[in-house]
Design a protein around this ligand. Structure first.
Ligand SMILES: [Zn+2]
Length: 361
């Protein structure tokens, strides 16, 4: 395919900033230079046609034991193919705030060092211009807002600095909401809804024009956001629960609500959320992504489908080793019957439409 016909991708979620910041020893790399480690850097993004995306800041929990254990039935017998992963405890705000500021500064320094090749975008007009001119567009996202106080003062400051999206929770609980665990199989109805502070957070995000990301939020929290928010509903990196019963995925009722709000689902590339057996390690063809995109498009319309790779934070399908392979994914979508117009919608146009509405232009 020639560059003239190449479709540029805007992606709903990556963990590249935190992966680069946390890397040590042989894993060290930088975003502006090509590496064979991780999934995204600027040279490889260019090669794969990634025009930009949401860059998440995620403060990890120290000493989290993420070892899956099988579920047991009423008699105490292990259920084959099932797993339970205990969530880490709440994170101290001071740790999250210090880490978030550090990684935010990483992004602003990258923008500066890129000499104009990369831009932190703050509105849809900037995003459109970047995609048209080939400037890499980074939208700033915080995944799990332990760094924000319940008076929301830090939210105002982060927004002024350039924050344009947040997930109230990563999966561990915090002062705002409760997230879903990584158990399998399980539905997303796993606990209480938003706290009073969580409801204030959603209203303030609406006023400021900040995306409230529903990925990782449990079902009660999802419905609270859907009642409170006047912005399109957005799940930046999730899949269809009917095809893969991970609580990180969206039920049909949730998909329907996203569609009626004019929102979008960024299809996650993680094997464990794609596969019907939930196995995050088994070899997986990238047609599993196509299967979820097709399901969501058929149920709620292609105008509500986007991509939410989870690059640098998840186990990719076998033939999608890194961002350079995005054209192979677009070809697989083409082969599955999506038109060129559908492909442009999925690749970036749907994201641009939803962000324009959420960000007020
Ligand atoms: Zn995530």
């Amino acid at each position: 395919m020639t560059d003239a016909t190449r479709i540029s991708v805007f992606d709903g979620h990556n963990d590249t900033l935190t992966q680069i910041r946390n890397a040590s020893g042989d894993e060290r790399r930088t975003f502006l230079r090509r590496s064979d480690r991780g999934h995204i850097d600027l040279p490889r993004a260019r090669e794969g046609g990634l025009g930009g995306g949401f860059f998440a800041i995620f403060t990890s929990s120290p000493e989290w034991d993420r070892t899956p254990r099988p579920m047991v039935d009423a008699e105490g017998a292990e259920i084959p193919g099932s797993r339970v992963v205990h969530l880490p405890p709440r994170l101290p705000r001071r740790r999250a705030l210090a880490y978030t500021l550090s990684v935010m500064s990483d992004l602003f320094r990258l923008e500066e060092e890129s000499g104009g090749d990369m831009k932190v975008v703050r509105n849809a007009a900037e995003l459109r211009k970047c995609l048209a001119e080939g400037t890499f567009a980074a939208a700033l996202h915080i995944e799990g807002v332990e760094a924000i106080d319940t008076r929301l003062e830090a939210l105002d400051v982060f927004h002024a600095a350039g924050l344009r999206s947040l997930g109230p929770v990563w999966s561990r609980p915090n002062a705002f909401a409760h997230g879903v665990p990584f158990d399998f199989p399980r539905g997303p109805d796993t606990g209480p809804g938003l706290t009073a502070a969580g409801k204030r957070l959603v209203r303030r995000c609406n006023q400021l024009g900040v995306v409230v990301d529903l990925s990782h939020l449990n079902e009660a929290g999802f419905w609270d956001v859907s009642r409170i928010s006047d912005a399109p509903l957005v799940a930046t990196h999730s899949c269809a629960w009917t095809l893969a019963s991970s609580p990180r995925n969206l039920t049909d009722a949730q998909l329907d609500a996203i569609a009626s709000s004019g929102g979008i689902v960024g299809i996650n590339f993680h094997r464990g959320f794609l596969r019907s057996d939930g196995d995050a390690t088994a070899p997986t063809p990238l047609t599993e992504i196509v299967r979820h995109a097709r399901y969501v498009a058929d149920r709620i319309g292609v105008e509500h489908v986007g991509l939410g790779s989870d690059f640098d934070g998840a186990n990719m399908p076998s033939d999608l080793q890194d961002v350079t392979r995005l054209p192979v994914l677009l070809d697989a979508l083409r082969t599955a019957g999506f038109s060129e117009g559908d492909l442009r919608a999925i690749a970036h146009e749907n994201w641009v439409r939803v962000l324009e509405e959420t960000w007020f232009g």
